[in-house]
Design a protein around this ligand. Structure first.
Ligand code: ADP
Ligand code: MG
Length: 729
């Protein structure tokens, strides 16, 4: 009866690793082959064009129109030399995937043929008809145009046979409709604010860059099994499925040997990454069965984010070549770990110093403490916003459950840094400063990076951890655009640094010496942001209670978490840093609520369908078999013996009936709840109704389906079970 299930399980289990065609050359040779990087620019552009473009990229200058023409021509020649026939502006709308519309290079030549052509105008700006991208009501249909404009700080690349030009995407009236525009603004803002503070310690600093090293977690599922799970296909996660008797309890998957099929996939993926200039470096098994991770070497934040977006799209392609499907959903399977995307983030100067790394001299250490403490203060001030920045319908399944991290933002510092913060807090300036050497700050911080990085029991329960020379924002979801988190974080830190600078300048105006002013202000900050510092177990119930007492945001409802974007302090912060206007903020929240509603709506529909037309019919059939058997027993045996022999079956029949009754009732209730929610006005209200009234029914339905899965004849069960989905061989 469930022949499909057995067929696909058989297919998946017998599949062998696909051979990977390894390039003959070393990675050094083909790295960046499909990227229009400096080397290609040098090769394909006239010397003068190359010089102006390089200067524009390095110093964030606009590109003159004539130069754009020359760049476009060189870029096209390079692209066609490498097999491209089309070009596209490649942008990141608020859908959490990338968008592209391909045009070919051809134009009429006036003689009945065509010429391949590309000019500066097409390179620099386009007007995609973008009315169907999420816009939160900013764009009325009569001004449906949006603009995409080239981001020269991120190099063009070739994907398939198409030249892709990374662009920002804004509305006709100038509001951002993507992740890149506000990210660039936030990076600009943190550059200015951090540079101003870094110059207290080193006047040579002219720019501060933010760096991002993401760690992408994902699941793989065999394509045959995937195709037999409508829930995976339509929602990216299993909406039902009883836990496998064995899953991750033996802890035998993390860092375990990589199955050969998966290793072939990884190798193939890494080669693709390297050709596209994505510095993929680390791969390993993750904690859950079938879960893996890929991490690159960190890069400048905007580029790193483009690369993560690009990675997520090529992963799917490469996986198909190996008969896998990639699941980027944060929680594809209940009962085992979900997937995140740790965002390792740091700030570094154009003089080559990392600002969150302790230095060799006392002055460098004071700078280190200054920046670390300002980050802590910013995260404290905006903890609700930072949580909102990583929240989504899908990530909600991972946060707040008993796995990293909780739905409360706190910072883990580790004991070495905590000791130093304590010492500063509890000492006077005179005690901390070695007056004889003038610049001497008596803080022994030089061993921090080694100690923290080597510390094997790093606290995995913390959503935001200091890890030696960077912070690791771990609450980010595996399917998210890192931009959302990076916008909020960089902007919040920029604002905090602006405030800090104002305070230092005011003190110095009154004649205070710089180091004294800095130490005093740092001490103030340590005192005022203590609530955010937590090195204990983030999963514990005590922490929830304690965090609430400390005034940290403990909201767990996704639609209400989004409210943080509209709080006065958030609106002011984004305004001050120039990252979002009030209109943009309001529009984006509309999109967030709408997305939430749609995702839950789709899941609820799929679950309802599967419950009614996959599960109930099978359970009914199984129940009939039992009933048939019971009546036959009664035909043969005397009543008391028959009763004895059939009592457990009667019991099963009753249980089956009860599970089915609840499922039917709950599906009906869920459909009603959706109907009521859909009639509400306002995206926020709708999302709240879905969260409060639809999601709980889904949990109930699933619970009863999973019980049925345990009872119904295995031969009859229609959907591949967890134990079949989860163990690639
Ligand atoms: P772990 O899993 O132990 O946290 P990984 O080696 O998997 O560490 O990932 C660490 C990530 O952090 C890598 O992408 C790495 O390049 C990045 N990283 C290291 N140093 C920095 C830094 N200063 N700023 C940003 N990212 C960094
Ligand atoms: Mg990490």
């Amino acid at each position: 009866m469930s022949s499909l299930r057995f067929k696909v399980v058989d297919e998946a289990f017998n599949r062998k690793a696909d051979p990977v065609e390894l390039p003959d050359e070393s990675a050094e040779k083909f790295y960046g082959k499909y990227v229009f990087n400096r080397q290609k620019m040098f090769e394909y552009l006239p010397a003068k064009t190359f010089a102006i473009l390089s200067d524009a990229i390095d110093n964030k200058k606009p590109l003159p129109r004539e130069v754009a023409d020359s760049v476009a021509e060189g870029m096209r020649r390079w692209a066609t030399d490498n097999g491209a026939r089309h070009y596209t502006h490649w942008f990141q709308p608020l859908t959490e995937t990338t968008a592209e519309k391909h045009d070919s290079f051809i134009e009429h030549d006036g003689k009945g043929g065509v010429v391949e052509n590309f000019n500066g105008k097409l390179l620099v700006q386009q007007e995609p008809d973008a009315s169907s991208f999420p816009n939160g009501g900013i764009r009325n249909t009569f001004e449906a145009r949006g603009y995409s404009a080239w981001d020269i700080s991120s190099p063009a690349f070739i994907l398939g046979n198409t030249l892709c030009i990374p662009t920002i995407f804004i509305s006709y009236t100038g509001e951002s409709l993507d992740y890149k525009t506000p990210l660039l603004r936030a990076l600009n803002s943190v550059d200015q604010a951090a540079t101003a503070v870094a110059r207290y310690f080193d006047p040579e600093v002219n720019h501060v860059r933010a760096y991002l090293g993401w760690e992408q977690e994902y699941f793989l599922v065999d394509e045959a099994l995937y195709s037999a799970r409508p829930d995976l296909m339509l929602t990216g996660r299993t909406l039902m499925g009883h836990e496998s008797a064995k899953n991750q309890q033996l802890e035998d998957h993390y860092f375990g040997a990589i199955p050969s099929r998966v290793e072939a996939f990884m190798l193939d993926l890494e080669n693709e990454c390297h050709k596209l200039g994505i510095p993929a470096k680390t791969r390993h098994n993750e904690v859950a069965p079938n879960q893996f991770e890929l991490a690159p070497i960190f890069e400048e934040c905007n580029l790193a984010n483009d690369h993560n977006q690009l990675l997520m799209s090529i992963m799917g392609e490469v996986a198909r070549r190996h008969h896998f499907r990639v699941l980027l959903h944060e929680k594809p399977f209940a009962g085992i770990n979900g997937s995140g995307k740790h965002n390792n983030w740091s700030l570094g100067t154009d003089t080559g110093e990392l600002l969150f790394a302790p230095g060799r001299t006392a002055a460098e250490n004071l700078r280190f403490i200054t920046f670390v403490v300002n980050v802590m203060a910013a995260v404290h001030r905006h903890n609700a916003l930072l949580k909102a920045s990583i929240m989504s319908a899908t990530n909600a399944h991972r946060l707040g459950a008993n796995e990293a991290p909780p739905a409360i933002i706190s910072i883990f510092t580790g004991s070495q840094l905590a000791e130093i913060l304590d010492k500063i807090e509890n000492s006077t300036n005179a005690e901390l400063t070695d007056l004889s050497s003038r610049e001497g700050l008596k803080l022994d911080v030089s061993q921090i990076p080694e100690i923290t990085l080597d510390n094997t029991d790093r606290n995995r329960t913390s959503p935001f951890a200091f890890t030696g020379n960077r912070f690791e924002f771990r609450a980010v979801g595996s399917s998210a655009n890192c931009g959302a988190a990076m916008i909020a974080l960089n902007a919040a830190v920029a604002e905090q640094l602006m405030d800090f600078k104002e305070k230092i300048d005011a003190r110095m105006k009154k004649g205070e010496e710089l180091n004294q002013a800095v130490i005093t202000e740092v001490r103030e900050l340590i005192r005022s942001c203590k609530a955010i510092h937590f090195d204990g177990n983030g999963y514990s119930e005590e922490w929830r209670v304690e965090a609430a007492k400390r005034g940290l945001d403990c909201e767990t409802s996704v639609p209400l978490i989004f409210d943080a974007y509209q709080r006065r302090e958030s609106v002011e912060m984004f305004r001050r840093t120039g990252v979002f206007t009030d209109v943009e903020l309001a529009a984006r929240n509309e999109v967030k609520w709408e997305m939430y509603t749609k995702k839950v709506q789709i899941e609820a529909r799929v679950l309802g369908d599967l419950a009614i037309n996959h599960v109930i019919p099978v359970a009914t059939r199984y129940q009939s078999i039992l009933l048939d058997n019971i009546s036959k027993i009664r035909d043969i045996f005397n009543p008391s013996r028959a009763e004895e022999l059939s009592s457990t079956e009667v019991d099963s029949v009753e249980k089956l009936a009860e599970h089915m009754r609840v499922i039917r009732q709950e599906v009906a209730r869920m459909v009603d709840a959706r109907r009521v929610a859909n009639r509400l006005n306002g995206e926020r209200e709708k999302a709240i109704a879905y969260h409060d009234n639809v999601v709980p029914s889904m949990d109930v339905i699933r619970y009863h389906i999973d019980k049925l899965e345990l009872m119904v004849d295995n031969e009859m069960w229609p959907l591949p079970k967890y134990r079949e989905l989860l163990f690639i061989r």
